[in-house]
Write a protein that binds this ligand. Structure first.
Ligand SMILES: C[S@@+](CC[C@H](N)C(=O)[O-])C[C@H]1O[C@@H](n2cnc3c(N)ncnc32)[C@H](O)[C@@H]1O
Ligand code: SF4
Length: 398
């Protein structure tokens, strides 16, 4: 089961924001969390439940009730991006996902050309469901592939075969999805350099326009963490993860994918995930659904996690917000630096204080920042800098 939520100040029953808090000008997105999976992958600590742990009944009504509550709290000009994530959104019938999108559009209005993404597990879509999603207005699909090597998929407890993810990507293209992402995880115990090369080769052949590749994180409380503690699986190695990252960047780069965030590559700027870019550049979003996080004008709040507790709150006419916090200007700056430094566009040197600029000069000397960008006043990571992004961030902040 997912872990406990942090505390903060309480969210009022009607969900209203503190006085004076307003939507910013960096765009508005809607996130919808669908907290259900057919089974739990051993490495995953997302807020998601199997059928034995929570029922899907009542989810859609509760989530739409939260949307009605949200409409009384904020009135954005338009919705630039919608991202339905999970869990496994595609465990819901395509008709339910279409209804969610329709209601978001009726409530706040989708901007012309809005990006509308759903995550999906490769085994939970079909050519028919993909066509239905496309017809409903979804423009982008993000498939959890993780690996093309059967031995790696087995360690990760994935349900699909190695071939299913590229096949689902091809079906998505045939259904008319212009933007298709495949997620990879690297550094899984037992994964060889050849296994990862096969995964990279598979995503390239799949004809997608976006790839996300994440180093395996061993999350506390997961089955995988327990297996490692018992000595049944070795812990991942930082050196191996660095080698895999270099291989990913080299191979993807050779095939027309450019990095735009440390873990994300796209063949074209139009293929970049605008919803995630909104998160990374200080945009506002309302997160609907159990455990979803929201951010408006420097206020962050997060919903109760369990679908039953979430539905109960909304049935009682109460905001599902568990707690909230108001970021101080110093915290906002810290978050802005942490997120922007990971982007290929980087951040302006002048946004740093004197100590941060001194840190940037040291990072430049260590070969972690691009000299050309630095000369024109920007902090942009080199390839080596991307491998050490967390250390660079520590140097740029007080
Ligand atoms: C919500 S999941 C994606 C959708 C879908 N549920 C699936 O797994 O196919 C988002 C992505 O996060 C990544 N992820 C989840 N847990 C991770 C972990 N412990 N370490 C690294 N990546 C992880 C995976 O690549 C996964 O595809
Ligand atoms: S299918 Fe995705 S969300 Fe569900 S448990 Fe696996 S990684 Fe987590």
């Amino acid at each position: 089961m997912p872990g406990v939520l942090p505390d903060g100040e309480p969210v009022p029953a009607d969900g209203t924001l503190p006085a004076g808090v307003q939507l910013g000008r960096h765009g508005f997105g809607v996130y919808v969390h669908v907290p259900f999976c057919a089974s739990r992958c051993g490495y995953c600590d997302f807020n998601t439940y199997t059928a034995a742990e929570a029922s899907q009944e009542g989810y859609l009504d509760a989530m739409l009730e939260e949307l009605r509550l949200a409409a009384k709290v904020i009135t954005p000009d338009r919705v630039d991006t919608v991202f339905v994530g999970g869990g496994t959104p595609t465990l819901l019938p395509a008709g339910d996902l279409a209804r969610i999108l329709d209601e978001v559009d009726r409530t706040w209005g989708l901007a012309p050309g809005a990006e509308v993404t759903t995550e999906a597990n490769p085994e939970s879509v079909t050519p028919e469901s993909l066509r239905a999603l496309r017809r409903a207005g979804f423009t982008r699909i993000s498939l959890g592939m993780q690996s093309a090597a059967p031995n790696v998929l087995a360690v990760l407890d994935r349900r699909h075969t190695a071939g299913r993810a590229p096949q689902a990507a091809a079906e998505a293209r045939e259904a008319g999805f212009e933007h298709v992402n495949l997620d990879l995880i690297y550094g899984t115990p037992g994964e060889t350099a050849d296994d990862f090369a096969l995964s990279l080769d598979t995503v390239i052949r799949a004809g997608v326009d976006h790839v996300s590749a994440y180093a395996l994180i061993v999350e506390d409380g997961t089955r995988m963490a327990a297996r490692m503690r018992r000595g049944e699986l070795p812990y991942p190695s930082d050196d191996v993860a660095a080698d895999r990252y270099l291989a990913a960047d080299r191979t993807l780069g050779e095939h027309g994918f450019d990095w735009y965030e440390v873990s994300n590559w796209a063949t074209d700027p139009a293929g970049r995930c605008r919803h995630n870019l909104l998160y990374w550049t200080g945009g506002d979003w309302w997160g609907l659904g159990p455990g979803a996080h929201s951010h408006v004008g420097g206020v962050r709040w997060w919903n109760v996690k369990h679908p039953a507790a979430y539905a109960r709150r909304l049935a009682d006419g109460i905001s599902p917000g568990h707690a909230r916090e108001r970021l101080t200007p110093a915290e906002q700056h810290m978050e802005d630096v942490m997120l922007r430094v990971r982007l290929a566009g980087g951040l302006p040197l002048e946004s740093l204080d004197a100590a941060g600029r001194a840190g940037a000069a040291r990072a430049l000397g260590d070969g972690l920042l691009e000299p050309g960008a630095y000369r024109s006043g920007r902090v942009v990571l080199t390839l080596r800098g991307r491998l050490l992004a967390d250390a660079v961030v520590r140097d740029l902040l007080p």
